[in-house]
Design a protein around this ligand. Structure first.
Ligand code: XLS
Ligand code: NI
Ligand code: NI
Length: 437
């Protein structure tokens, strides 16, 4: 088999002193943190759409990325050849997982039947590449947003035929995910939202989305797919308002329609910031609701509004992510998927390695820093103490529901005034966190 990344070996771990740009400085797959190897804790995944289908185009110009293995056609043949390049890359990176949309891996045909046939051919190639390399499928999904038929959305389209088409496409995507041993299946809203409320029956659209997800869950059960379903919050882009706005909106939707036991969340950094939240907020909110399933690791640019999907290199960010992820003992069966793309100026194939190595090292560092903070109980002790007034006395009675407004009024009338507050110590804690970086 021809080498697509000649001269690049399987990326070794060389430790923090290494100056080799093609080596890991912090991600040592077998290193154990909080009882798990970094490999099992982080479950890194390479995404097919950005890494193997991204062209580097932007609203102001066409693609720039050099991908010598790709002949630029939408043929099944080219798609099959691309699988070899993809798996050589993922293998050399020692990432245990990958993710894809149906239309990333195989071209869309003139009819649904032809698209399904194309997908079957490429799925066969994916299966043998998985078997050959040991790389596994973290999740599959369906692209329900690129084809013009989805201009009004898919499950929330005003056109019932488009809903039916989307259902057929997801049915097939679940089957392929199942056949490839996928551990999760993701729903990202694509165009499930609106551009203008003047032409939108919001109630009907959200009802339809719920119907769609119930049908997907029913079908998965019928074919014995045991993977976890994940809903990926995103507040806007391409629509002005996406129904899967943020973790709280997604959970409200899932609960409102009886889907909360069937679907967890896949949280993405750049989507969190577009929603006006931090990634840590979205992760912690999902975690406390028992809904944190997996993450799409990337980052935005503070000066750009768009979902720029850059590789995460900020150690504060990865430390904050890992503080939450370690609290729930990891993400399995989810993982850390790099839903990130190299910049259009980083057009050489080797840039794909630099980008992923940097992201993996940043998460490994974040993991070790977060573990050290947790070991010393730096935050845990402060938080515990901060709420100590609820551990006994009146606070305990409030928490266990044994007092009413009448009781609390009597308590305070007798006492005369509330006990004084203590300092929140935000600056001190920020300084202490810096000591660990
Ligand atoms: C787009 C989303 C998308 C999902 C998969 O913004 O992040 O890539 O992760 O459909
Ligand atoms: Ni994503
Ligand atoms: Ni995104």
């Amino acid at each position: 088999m021809a080498e697509h990344f000649p001269g690049i070996p399987v990326i070794p771990f060389e430790g923090p002193k290494s100056k080799n740009p093609l080596a890991f400085k912090h991600y040592n797959a077998t290193e154990v943190v909080e009882g798990k190897s970094l490999r099992d804790l982080l479950r890194f995944s390479v995404c097919y759409w950005h890494t193997f289908r991204g062209t580097g185009s932007d609203p102001f110009g066409p693609g720039t990325l050099l991908r010598p293995w790709d002949d630029g056609t939408e043929s099944v043949d080219n798609a099959v050849k691309r699988v070899d390049a993809a798996f050589e890359f993922i293998h050399k990176l020692s990432a245990p997982f990958y993710c894809f949309h149906d239309r990333d891996v195989a071209p869309e045909g003139a009819t649904l039947a032809e698209s399904n046939r194309n997908l079957d051919v490429v799925a066969k190639a994916l299966k043998s590449a998985q078997d050959r390399t040991g790389v596994k499928l973290l999740w599959g999904t369906a692209n329900l947003f690129s084809n013009p038929r989805f201009m009004h959305g898919a499950a929330t389209s005003c056109n019932a035929d488009v809903f039916a088409y989307a259902a057929a496409q997801v049915k097939k995507a679940i089957e392929v995910t199942h056949a490839l041993g996928g551990e999760n299946y993701v729903f990202w809203g694509g165009r499930e939202g609106y551009m203008n409320l003047y032409n939108t029956d919001m109630k009907r659209e959200i009802d339809h989305l719920a119907r769609f997800m119930h049908m997907a869950a029913d079908y998965a059960k019928a074919i014995g797919f045991k993977g976890q379903f994940l809903f990926e919050p995103k507040p806007k882009e391409p629509t002005k308002h996406q129904y899967d706005f943020d973790a709280a909106a997604c959970l409200n939707f899932l609960r409102g329609y009886g889907l909360q036991d069937k679907v967890k969340l896949n949280i993405e950094t750049n989507h969190a910031t577009l929603a006006g939240h931090t990634m840590m907020h979205e992760l912690e909110y999902s975690r406390i609701q028992g809904a944190l399933g997996s993450i799409d690791a990337n980052t935005g640019d503070l000066l750009l509004g768009w979902d720029t999907d850059q590789f995460p290199t900020d150690i504060y960010l990865t430390t904050q992510c890992m503080l939450v992820i370690l609290k729930q003992g990891g993400l399995a069966p989810g993982g850390v998927n790099f839903d990130a793309k190299v910049r259009r100026e980083s057009f050489e194939p080797i840039d794909l390695f630099y980008a992923h190595i940097g992201g993996m090292d940043a998460f490994a560092r974040g993991t070790k820093i977060a573990a050290a903070i947790r070991k010393d109980k730096v935050l845990e002790d402060v938080v515990k103490k901060r709420y100590a007034s609820f551990d006994d006395g009146i606070g305990k009675k409030i928490e266990d529901g044994s007092v009413s407004f009448v009781d609390l009024e009597k308590y305070m009338l007798d006492k005369g005034n509330a006990d004084p507050n203590s300092s929140g110590r935000q600056e001190l804690l920020e300084n202490i966190i810096n000591d660990y970086l």
